[in-house]
Write a protein of this length. Sequence first.
Length: 268
Amino acid sequence: AAGGLPRLVTAGDIKGILHVHTQASDGADSLEVLVGEAQRRGYAYLGVADHSRSAYYAGGLTPEDIRRQHETIDSLNERFSGTFHVFKGIEADILPDGGLDYEDEILSSFDFVIASVHSHFQMSGEEMTERICRALANPFTTILAHPTGRLLLAREPYAVDILRVIETAAAYGKVIELNANPLRLDLDWRHCLIAKRQGVKIAINPDLHRLDGFDHLEHGVTIARKGWQEAGDCLNCLDTEAIRTFFQKNKARQRQASGYGTVGTDGP
């Protein structure tokens, strides 16, 4: 009645797709096929994020694999000449100590880095929270993926203080993923609302491993709407130039960072 309801995000607000796996790791399709499908569906960009080397079970990328993939991406971007853009990303495992799964020199070669937990799920809540918060404090981290690790009807979330995780993301200017895979839908809608109130952007990502993963985006948008997300709250509602600028600013912070350690309450 007061006119205070937000204009909730819609599928039409999504400008591009991030967190996409190719045949280079455990995806079913080539980068070229995925790019073609993204273009057919009207998206302006695609962000590759194959698994990192510790995810050996998923064909995690070696440094040489990364070099070859980046050469392919450079070639595709030259071919598209501004009509479509492929961003260089990686889904880097968060190691048990909170470090990321490559040396800084390699991490710096990506446009964006998705950090995620894929192992040691049985850590205590305090240990897991510190692990994830340390990864968020890492200057190379851009997005935290599937932050509670849940698989609906199959695996409970690991023990983690998600409110502290959101607070740490806010302090360090990091993005949290809303994983649109219907087996995950993680970040939970309740926590999307908390993230919004703290100014943390959400990336609605399909965590795509095959072409039908493009269809999962609608599930993520539905959960985002339930969490009162507006287009301005969602990273991949930015157009190509705006998200490129976002990534470039993140890389500038990387260059300025002289190191990172125990997460405090005052931010970077």
